[in-house]
Design a protein around this ligand. Sequence first.
Ligand SMILES: [Zn+2]
Length: 327
Amino acid sequence: MPERAATVKRIFNLYASGGHTFKTLRDLLYEEGHTFRQSQKRFHRSALACILNNRFYIGELHRHGQVYAGRYERLIDQDIFDQCQNILHGRNRRTGNPEFPLAGGLITCAFCEQSMTGERIRRKRKSGGVREHIYYRCANNAPGTNHPTVRWKAHELEQAIVEDLARLSLPTPEMVAWFRLALEDSPADLLSHQRRRAATLAKRKSELVAMQDRLLNAYLAGTVDDDAFKAKTAELMADTARVTEQIDAQGDVDPARGKAVLAVFDWSQKAAKIWRGSNTAVRRQILDSICLNRQVSDVTLVTTKRKPFDFFAERLDLKKSRGDRTP
Ligand SMILES: [Zn+2]
């Protein structure tokens, strides 16, 4: 049925965009006039899951444990199918409902690690009108008795994120300048350190070769017996192999690395500001690129920073606490 094909295509395309849960997908399909069946117009989640997992749409026919490929027209592109599979299996985080930009896995509960979910609460005003509040709460519907209520007003959670990002930036322009200078120097430091180490290793290697020569001469001259020669040779060979390995592992210092670190540092200094002026998609990218995970308890937001942001954040904390101690 061509109509059916259009509906299936629409389901894959919408879901692949990453902007839908089964619920929002179901509602949108209904609004667009794609119905499940006459008696039940809206798609049930199991029907959606069944369609999104059906490899028949990418031209595979499974029969008796065998896969017959390529004999059927593909309704869905492999890329779109794979993208949907990634989302279904959580390999790709959904960008979620645009109404609740911080929901959909971006932030998780510190007590049970479930995603924070958004909710809209309407409250009647005394003056008559209705006021809507957006909250984020732990999505766990069966929290244990030790699980406190994890529920944040949207603007308070926003504020906590801005403060967390602001922790990356140094308090004064002088400190920023000093830190940049230190970063600019570090590749040069690294380079000279590596050169010294390379020279040490090369010297050690030539010493080992000379020792092997002397050992061989002593053996040929009859001043070292068979067993001692074999044992000593094995020892020297092992040492030489180890030093050679260390020389090979040294690698080169990439001067571009220094520039990249500086760029990241400069960006980190502005992260909170960029966040404030960005749309939802960019905000998600900012959080994803800076933090490995973000957890909220009933009172605090805790993030684990990625490298090198963890280093910046720790450095800054150190600075702060040092500053606090000075009278
Ligand atoms: Zn929870």
